[in-house]
Write a protein that binds this ligand. Structure first.
Ligand SMILES: Nc1ncnc2c1ncn2[C@@H]1O[C@H](COP(=O)(O)OP(=O)(O)OP(=O)(O)O)[C@@H](O)[C@H]1O
Length: 614
């Protein structure tokens, strides 16, 4: 027989919720967390309590972390199992947690060209067992159902394990997160890191920076069964207006580091800082952070970077474009982080414009450049279509597509469609119009609160609203299973943004479809788009080739200009010398902005275009 425990709440009823949780805890003999940081933090604290309850963990107060690398103090806390219970039988939960890594079409990656450059490049591996990652990590790889490494992992993991700095470019959905997480976790497991004991300051060993807090969040709805002695409990942890989400990288890193003794903490803006501070106080080995929130923590002296031995930048080109570069420089160069050479630095993205490579090389020491596939290319697992659609016809055209999808059963349960638009207003109005016309949709854009964005993502992921209308906020990194179709209702101005957007489908060896509506407003994209499609063996419509041949320069998409179709790969091979190697200083002598780079990268956004940072 099951005892049912409902943990449910609303912000203004958080006291009541607290009592319910306390009661649950009393029933099964667990300690109570002390959620004392205001209503939102309180509710999140309660949810964390529920989460620990669900996982059978014992939640203690104060610092539960001690010993090497801040690993688990197993006498006082037990680690929440990020893989969840095997006996989960709830559809929504399954949809949220399932990664479906079995049946991946690895053959799709076999022929992919790989380029490495730099001194003494360690050879690639073919299997995970060849690499000595340690038992605990190997077990987690099995739990993730990763049978063999993806190409970027085959090359990047030995390079990083060899202690080398790395700039890696590999296609969307090809497993870059694990490629930088595995060596970091393995390195921390092996290392001896004597860290200062600050009163309130924590000293992470690894820092993973990612550009947006949206870089996929994992929803926190728990419906689990569990057993205590002779009793079975079904525990429902549902929060009506505030749900705790973890960033995707954090979520992945937690899976990979499960039972390794390596503690991962996330800090990102738009969520209450107190909860994050409490988590940090319990100890941290790997800190996953967005730049803004990290600067805040550094300024409050709650985090010191002086022990950082590993620095990873995900979506590194975005992190270094003009919008965020000063913040990144502050974190990496102006605080207490060890310099290149004394720390290991790994930069990853699917796109890496040369100008950004130049900036990035400032952070690296004698690094290896790795390109899996052509730099900035899209995977040919995605079928790309471009249709000429006038502005005034876009809605009816989209409707036709959606009706056809429905008729073909493509939009059956769990097949999701992501529609990219240019503006926040445009997103809201299209969402409304879709809903009115019988297509449940939701939106994600910069004017929505963090909570609304998270709810939208969750509603999309679970298939409740199988259409998500988004601005570029959702263009990068999001790893949402079952996105079958990406529609570029409005095309971006920058071909790299297009690559990231369509990369929300066709992930991890699966196929996907991307449709773009092109018209005379997108002429500057004609050539790069035609080139990209050709590169990915896609059918390029004759009209697009004609536009492309007229070469409308927009000052953007410079990788297509001159010297090879994609403007080369490792920029060091193109007549620029690496600063670290003692060559020409191409920075124009200014290291904090205005780099004197001819035609420096402008972030890729035209005026009025919504960026991922809004
Ligand atoms: N070796 C592997 N075997 C099977 N699945 C894998 C493997 N490595 C990663 N994956 C899965 O592939 C998916 C895509 O991985 P990930 O999100 O790291 O891609 P990415 O290269 O960072 O993409 P993007 O550039 O869009 O951020 C994830 O669901 C991940 O769990």
């Amino acid at each position: 027989m099951f005892h049912h425990i409902f943990v449910t709440g609303h912000l203004h009823r958080s006291l009541q919720l607290r009592h319910i949780v306390a009661h649950c805890q009393e029933m099964i003999g667990l300690a109570m967390v002390d959620p004392q940081v205001g209503p939102v933090g309180e509710v999140l604290g309660l949810i964390m309590a529920a989460k620990d309850l669900v996982a059978g963990g014992r939640v203690g107060g104060g610092s539960g972390w001690s010993g090497r690398g801040g690993g688990w103090d197993r006498g006082r806390e037990r680690e929440v199992n990020p893989f969840g219970n095997d006996d989960v039988d709830d559809d929504a939960d399954r949809a949220l947690g399932e990664q479906e890594n079995t049946g991946i079409n690895f053959d799709a990656y076999e022929d992919i060209p790989v380029e490495t450059s730099g001194d003494n490049v360690p050879p690639p591996v073919n299997t995970f067992v060849e690499i000595d990652l340690g038992d605990a990590l190997n077990q987690n790889i099995q739990r993730c159902k990763y049978v063999k490494p993806t190409p970027v992992q085959r090359h990047a993991i030995p390079i990083s394990l060899g202690g080398r700095d790395l700039m890696a470019c590999a296609q969307t959905g090809s497993g870059k997160t694990a490629a930088f997480c595995f060596p970091i976790i393995s390195g921390i497991m092996r290392g001896q890191f004597a860290r200062p004991r600050g009163v309130r300051t924590v000293y992470p060993i690894a820092l993973i920076l990612s550009p947006t807090r949206e870089l996929s969040c994992q929803a926190g709805l728990w419906v689990k069964s569990m057993h205590f002695g002779a009793c079975n409990f079904l525990i429902y942890a549902i929060l009506i207006s505030s749900v705790h989400f973890d960033m995707q990288i954090h979520d992945e890193a937690r899976k990979f580091s499960y039972q390794t003794g390596v503690k991962v903490v996330v800090a990102y803006g738009g969520a209450p800082i107190n909860q994050q501070l409490r988590e940090l106080e319990r100890g941290v080995d790997i800190l996953v952070a967005t730049p803004g929130r990290l600067v805040d923590l550094l300024e409050r002296a709650r985090v010191s970077l002086q022990m950082v031995r590993y620095l990873a930048l995900d979506e590194a080109d975005r992190m270094l474009d003009m919008g965020f570069e000063p913040q990144i420089r502050k974190i990496v160069e102006q605080m207490d982080m060890p310099p290149p050479g004394l720390r290991q630095t790994m930069l990853f993205s699917a796109t890496f414009p040369k100008e950004i490579q130049r900036l990035a090389s400032d952070f690296l020491s004698n690094y290896i450049f790795l390109a899996v596939g052509r730099v900035g290319s899209s995977t040919d697992l995605i079928v790309q279509r471009v249709e000429f659609v006038l502005e005034t016809d876009k809605r009816s055209h989209l409707m036709d597509l959606l009706h056809a999808q429905r008729a073909n059963g493509i939009n059956a349960k769990q097949a999701l469609t992501l529609v990219f638009v240019e503006t926040k207003k445009g997103a809201d109005s299209l969402e409304h119009w879709l809903c009115v016309n019988g297509f449940p949709a939701t939106t994600i854009h910069g004017d929505r609160t963090q909570q609304e964005r998270e709810q939208a993502l969750r509603s999309f992921k679970t298939g409740k609203t199988p259409i998500l209308v988004a601005t570029d906020v959702a263009a990068r990194g999001l790893d949402i299973p079952h996105v079958a179709h990406v529609v570029n209702f409005d095309l971006p101005n920058d071909i790299d943004d297009y690559v990231h957007r369509i990369g929300r489908t066709g992930r991890a060896g699966k196929t996907g479809l991307a449709t773009a509506f092109f018209n005379e407003n997108n002429l500057s994209l004609a050539k790069p788009l035609a080139d990209l499609m050709q590169e990915a063996n896609q059918e390029v419509p004759a009209w697009l080739t004609r536009y492309a041949s007229r070469s409308y320069g927009g000052g953007k998409n410079k990788r297509y200009g001159g010297g090879g179709r994609f403007g080369g790969r490792d920029f060091r091979r193109e007549g620029f010398s690496n600063r670290g190697g003692g060559g020409t200083d191409y920075y124009g002598g200014n290291s904090s902005g205005g780099y004197g780079v001819p035609g420096s990268y402008g972030g890729g956004y035209g005026p009025g275009v919504t960026s991922a940072w809004d």
